[in-house]
Design a protein around this ligand. Structure first.
Ligand code: NAI
Length: 341
C-alpha cells in the first residue's frame, strides 16, 4: 500500500475511500457537541464516510433536528440524536471513536486559553461519561484550549482507572491542513502533493510548522520562513476576526477533523502506514508530557509516536521559545483535575 502521510492528499474523502476495497468493519462514531458550528458540518462529512456505519450525535441543545435532517441523506450510515446528560450513556455505548467539539469558541480579542474556564469543565464532564460508557473507544478532542483539554481528559481517564495514552488524541489536523494550503499556494504546488508536518501544540506560538521537512522539499528565505510560520500559527485568529464575533473556524475544522477521523478508522481497520500529526502523550521533548508530532495510527489508536526529525536553526529556536507556554498550559490542565483550587 502507498505510504499515507499527514497532508497526504486534499482529494475528497469519498474518492480516497473509493480507491481501495472497503473494509466492512461496523464502526460507531459518537460526536459530542454535534449541533454546533463544527459539529454540524463534521456530522455531514461523517454521514458521507464509507468507514462509518453508525453516527451518534450528542448535544445539550438542538441536536434532535440535526439528526432528523441528516438522517434523510441516502447514505448507509445510521444516524441517531441524543440530548441531555441522561441520554449521553446510550450515545457513547459501543462507540469505536468519540470526537468532542463541545464547548465555546473564541471571539475577537480572545486567546484559546481564555476559553479554559468554560471548556475545562465541559470536557471533564463529558470524559467522565466516556470513561464510564466507552472506555475502550479512541477519543479525539477538538475543544480548545487543546493544550489543556487533552491533559484534562487524560487525568479524568486516569482517575477512573481507564487511561490508555494510545486512545487519547488532541486534534491539531487543522494546522496541517492550513500549512499544506498556504505552502501549496506560495510555491505553486498541487495541493494534493504537499505535506507540512506541524508540531508542538495548538495555540499561538506553540503551533510550529516544520517547513524544512515539507514534502516535496521547498526553500524559503529566513524572512519568508518567519512570515509563513506566523501565517500558519495565526490563521485561526484571522478567521475569528473575519467572523467578527460569530465564532471561529468551523468548516475547515470539520474538514480537518473528518480527515483525522477517517485516518483513525483506517488505522483501527488494520490499514498500514496511516500517519497524522496529533497532540498526544509523548516523550519526544524532555519534560513536556504532551506534544504534537506525526503519529502512526493503528488497530488500537496511536501505534507509535514519531520523533521530531531534523530541525533547522529557525525551528530549533521556535521550539525552545514555545516550551514555557506549552508546559504551562499542560500543567494548568493537569491541575484542573488533580489539584482543583
Ligand atoms: P459552537 O458554539 O458553534 O458549538 C459548540 C456546541 O457545543 C454547541 O452546539 C453547544 O450546545 C455544545 N455544547 C456546549 N456544552 C456542551 C456539553 N456540556 N455537552 C455537549 N455539548 C455541549 O462552537 P464551535 O465553533 O463548534 O467550536 C467548538 C470548539 O472547538 C471550541 O472550543 C473551539 O475553540 C474549538 N475549535 C478547535 C479547533 C482545533 O483546531 N482543535 C479549531 C476550531 C475550533
Amino acid at each position: 500500500a502507498a505510504r499515507r502521510v499527514s497532508g497526504r492528499t486534499a482529494a475528497p474523502m469519498a474518492v480516497r475511500a473509493g480507491r481501495r476495497a472497503l473494509v466492512c468493519e461496523a464502526r460507531k462514531v459518537a460526536l459530542l457537541g454535534a449541533a454546533g458550528g463544527i459539529g454540524q458540518p463534521l456530522a455531514l462529512l461523517l454521514k458521507m464516510n464509507k468507514f462509518v456505519t453508525e453516527l451518534a450525535l450528542y448535544d445539550i441543545a438542538n441536536v434532535v433536528g440535526v439528526a432528523a435532517d441528516l438522517s434523510h441523506c441516502n447514505t448507509p450510515v445510521k444516524v441517531a440524536g441524543y440530548t441531555g446528560p441522561e441520554e449521553l450513556g446510550a450515545c457513547l455505548k459501543g462507540a469505536d471513536l468519540i470526537v468532542i467539539p463541545a464547548g465555546v469558541p473564541r471571539k475577537p480579542g480572545m486567546t484559546r486559553d481564555d476559553l479554559f474556564n468554560t471548556n475545562a469543565g465541559i470536557v471533564k464532564a463529558l470524559v467522565e461519561a466516556v470513561a464510564k460508557y466507552a472506555p475502550n473507544a479512541v477519543l479525539e478532542i477538538i475543544t480548545n484550549p487543546v493544550n489543556s483539554t487533552v491533559p484534562i481528559a487524560a487525568e479524568t481517564l486516569k482517575a477512573a482507572g481507564v487511561y490508555d495514552p494510545k486512545r487519547l488524541i488532541g486534534v491539531t489536523s487543522l494546522d496541517i491542513v492550513r500549512a499544506n494550503t498556504f505552502v501549496s499556494e506560495a510555491k505553486g504546488l498541487d495541493m494534493k502533493d504537499v505535506d507540512v508536518p506541524v508540531i508542538g501544540g495548538h495555540a499561538g506560538s506553540t503551533i510550529l510548522p516544520l517547513l524544512s521537512q515539507t514534502t516535496p522539499p521547498v526553500t524559503f528565505t529566513e524572512a519568508e520562513k518567519k512570515a509563513m510560520t506566523d501565517k500558519i500559527a495565526n490563521a485561526g485568529t484571522v478567521v475569528v476576526e473575519a467572523k467578527a464575533g460569530k465564532g471561529s473556524a468551523t468548516l475547515s475544522m470539520a474538514y480537518a477533523a473528518a480527515r483525522m477521523a477517517e485516518s483513525t478508522l483506517l488505522g483501527l481497520n488494520g490499514e498500514p502506514n496511516i500517519y497524522e500529526c496529533a497532540f498526544v502523550q509523548s516523550d519526544v521533548v524532555a519534560d513536556c508530557p504532551y506534544f504534537a508530532t506525526k503519529v502512526l495510527l493503528g488497530p488500537n489508536g496511536v501505534s507509535k509516536v514519531m520523533g521530531l526529525g531534523e530541525l533547522d536553526a529557525f525551528e530549533q529556536a521556535a521550539l525552545a521559545a514555545m516550551l514555557p507556554q506549552l508546559k504551562g498550559e499542560i500543567q494548568k490542565g493537569i491541575d484542573f483535575v488533580k489539584n482543583p483550587p
